[in-house]
Design a protein around this ligand. Structure first.
Ligand SMILES: [Zn+2]
Length: 396
């Protein structure tokens, strides 16, 4: 890793901090946090590079914030991601208007992907500022589908997916009562049109050129942005420090293999040159992109090995939780944990390392063959439809 660039920390209302960091040491996780413990707070934002500001929108969930990035474009701003729809988010943006945004309008909203914390207020910001909205095609389409199907009867295919995974049928009334379509609760009416960005798209942002690098698995066509002029990388949820992003199979695509897409797209990003400052959607900005990519991949490969061992005897999806999760899975975490367990099982199944039987009601999974940690990733990449365009050529 090259020497971290010294960057200015400046809180816009200039209350207290203006520390210039002359030297920074890697922390225990092998990553380097150039601003130490400092994070944006309220209307206070941190300048991470010329014309680029790191801000936070509070979220009413256990993950209590999302990082958004503000790019000074002269007469206005580009913002990356928006926070979820709701009073707190709207009030935060209103407070930014005369502080961080200095009374100038937002000209463009870019969403890395379709999750409510990322584009929940895109429609509202676009409406307020007559801004453009940019995202990838699949994210826009999936957001539209989910938004428009909210409030309907709990779909039978979603129920079947849960029961076949080993969820007890006695939960059916509870599941139905919870309703379908929580997506809409966190998302303001979507912008009615968008500009498509895609893998390899290049455009200017904050006076620099950037290239879109797509990641898959957490969401279907997640946009990361790699700066071609300075060592900066907008990681979204694809590359987070400290926490890992959920990678789930959902009832709408019950035979999906999102973990293969996730691992392959992380592996591909290892070809990104240099050691950029990573601007993630949660947690603190950091140096150590390649170390983090390795750690994320290794974490899943280790879990796959454990799961393979655990399924020497047939297990339902719900019965695999013991091998995959250290703590008891409860409440809303259950659905995410289930989706992620299925994702791990499907990856092994796609490699011929897992078989399933179906007794007419519930799937049971049983390990096959030997799990070889050092060859799994290349086997994943060799599957049809998994690998995206090689980034090696891309940056040649
Ligand atoms: Zn996300």
């Amino acid at each position: 890793m090259g020497a971290p660039k010294v960057m200015e920390v400046k809180i816009v209302d200039s209350l207290t901090m203006d520390h210039r960091l002359s030297s920074v040491e890697p922390s225990d996780d092998g990553l380097t946090y150039p601003y130490g413990e400092a994070v944006p707070d309220g209307v206070n934002v941190i300048k991470v590079a010329d014309k680029i500001f790191w801000a936070r929108i509070p979220l009413p969930w256990s993950l209590d914030h999302i990082n958004v990035y503000l790019f000074d474009e002269g007469e206005g701003w580009t913002v990356i991601d928006t926070g979820a729809n709701g009073k707190t988010g709207i009030e935060t943006w209103k407070a930014f208007a005369d502080t961080a945004l200095a009374g100038r309008p937002i000209k463009r909203v870019i969403a890395t992907h379709m999750h409510p914390d990322h584009l929940g207020l895109a429609g509202w910001l676009v409406e307020q500022h007559q801004a453009e909205f940019w995202t990838t095609q699949t994210e826009y389409m999936l957001a539209s589908t989910l938004w428009n199907s909210a409030g309907t009867e709990f779909p039978q295919n979603e129920l079947d997916y849960l029961f076949r995974s080993g969820v007890d049928r006695s939960f059916e009334p509870m599941i139905r009562a919870a309703g379908y379509g929580n997506y809409k609760k966190g998302v303001y009416a979507l912008p009615p049109s968008y500009k498509r960005i895609e893998d390899g798209s290049e455009f200017e942002l904050g006076g620099r050129n950037w290239r879109v690098v797509i990641g898959r698995g957490h969401s279907p066509e997640h946009a990361c942005l790699y700066c071609l002029d300075e060592p900066l990388f907008i990681g979204g949820d694809q590359v987070l420090p400290a926490i890992t992003s959920n990678v789930s199979v959902y009832g709408r695509e019950p035979m999906g293999n999102p973990l293969a897409h996730w691992l392959s797209s992380l592996d591909r990003m290892k070809a990104l040159p240099g050691s950029p400052l990573v601007l993630p959607s949660h947690g603190r900005v950091f140096f150590g992109l390649h170390a983090r990519l390795d750690a994320l991949i290794d974490g899943h490969l280790a879990k796959l090995g454990k799961l393979h061992e655990w399924c020497r005897e047939p297990r339902t999806v719900v019965k695999t939780f013991r091998a995959l999760y250290r703590r008891k899975v409860e409440g809303m975490d259950f659905y995410l944990a289930l989706g992620e367990a299925v994702a791990h099982l499907h990856l092994l199944e796609s490699l011929g390392l897992m078989s399933r039987s179906f007794d007419g009601d519930v799937y049971s999974f049983t390990s096959e063959g030997e799990y070889q940690l050092d060859t799994v990733l290349s086997a994943v990449n060799a599957q049809p439809g998994i690998m995206l365009r090689d980034l090696g050529d891309f940056f040649a």
